[in-house]
Design a protein around this ligand. Structure first.
Ligand SMILES: [Zn+2]
Length: 323
């Protein structure tokens, strides 16, 4: 269906494209069911009739109706697909991130709605790849940093909870792993201690990789785990031939610029979603045009669902670390 459509490459084209409800619908259907076989999100039946005037299906299996939104992050949202699609466009293509206030103004929705859209879309930007990085002959940078420190505006109780939860003052430790010439990953870790950092390295990096870190003692012992480990002592210098972590330094500065410049404060509970967003942006930074980044996320979005309660933690869900 979409083969005949000229997909947007710029924001202006996107606004025009998604103002057409039929085009938007056809496009969403093609992302949701790429093979063209529409299946019921409740019972997987392929027997249904389509009511074109209302753009919904009646399933002959479970005798219920379903729309393009059922079973996706759009379900139970009253906002139209036109607004959702432009929100996705703005979020995935904003280099330093975009706040819910900016989205609210751009789309004419409330800040609360915009905040919710942002969080749902970030979920879709999470790359769940279980493939390890690196391998024999590859170079991998590993570094850690602390994120946070915006606790001063918070209510005292919240402040205290935040401090005890994160352990180290009001900062959250984050580990970054970058394969040179490949992708970056960033995860919250409970502490910077050896077992926490090295567990992430083993989970994300193939044995045989060359690993470059700073001189933090927590990285000692990687050599005994089939890695080729070299360190750069930042007290002395930052680069020694191939041995440096400048790729990650660059990623941290992008991440912190986005957090400081765009977002007012990030609670530890939500931090992993901001990490996902910046990781996605970094890994897809060299795509040819904005439309390709948009398509990648839009195609993920139609397969995932996150309710408002899950986003805000108002039900009995435990906040989980990424991966
Ligand atoms: Zn059904």
């Amino acid at each position: 269906m979409t083969k005949s459509l000229a997909l947007p490459k710029t924001l202006q084209q996107a606004v025009s494209f998604f103002s057409d409800p039929q085009k938007t619908f056809d496009y969403a259907v093609s992302l949701r069911w790429p093979t063209g076989k529409v299946t019921c999100p409740r019972c997987d039946s392929t027997e249904h009739s389509f009511i074109s005037t209302r753009r919904l299906w009646f399933c002959k299996g479970c005798k219920q109706q379903f729309t393009i939104k059922v079973g996706t992050i759009f379900e139970d949202s009253a906002l139209g697909m036109d607004k959702w699609m432009i929100a996705v466009w703005l979020i995935v293509n904003a280099k330093n991130g975009i706040s819910s206030y900016e989205i609210a103004r751009a789309l004419g929705v409330t800040q609360k709605s915009a905040w919710f859209m942002l969080h749902r879309i970030r979920l879709a930007m999470h790359n769940r790849s279980m493939m390890k990085l690196g391998g024999s002959g590859s170079e991998v940078e590993v570094d850690e940093t602390f994120i946070g420190g915006a606790a001063r505006n918070m209510h005292r109780d919240k402040h205290r909870r935040r401090i005890t939860e994160t352990g180290t003052k009001d900062k959250t430790p984050v580990i970054g792993i970058l394969e040179r010439g490949g992708e970056v990953r960033a995860m919250m870790v409970p502490t910077r201690r050896k077992h926490h950092l090295q567990a992430e390295i083993r989970a994300h990096v193939k044995a045989g990789s060359a690993i470059y870190t700073d001189a933090l003692l927590s990285y000692q012992g990687l050599k005994e785990q089939d890695f080729i480990h070299q360190t750069i002592d930042h007290a002395e210098k930052y680069v020694d031939g191939q041995v440096h972590t400048n790729g990650l330094e660059n990623f941290w500065s992008l991440l912190k610029r986005g957090l400081k410049g765009t977002y007012i404060s990030v609670e530890p509970f939500h931090l992993f979603r901001y990490l996902d967003e910046q990781v996605f942006r970094y890994n897809f930074r060299s795509l040819e045009h904005d439309g390709l980044r948009f398509e990648h996320v839009a195609s993920h979005i139609l397969g995932k669902r996150l309710t408002y309660a899950e986003v805000t933690g108002k039900v009995g869900t435990t906040p989980s670390l990424p991966n």
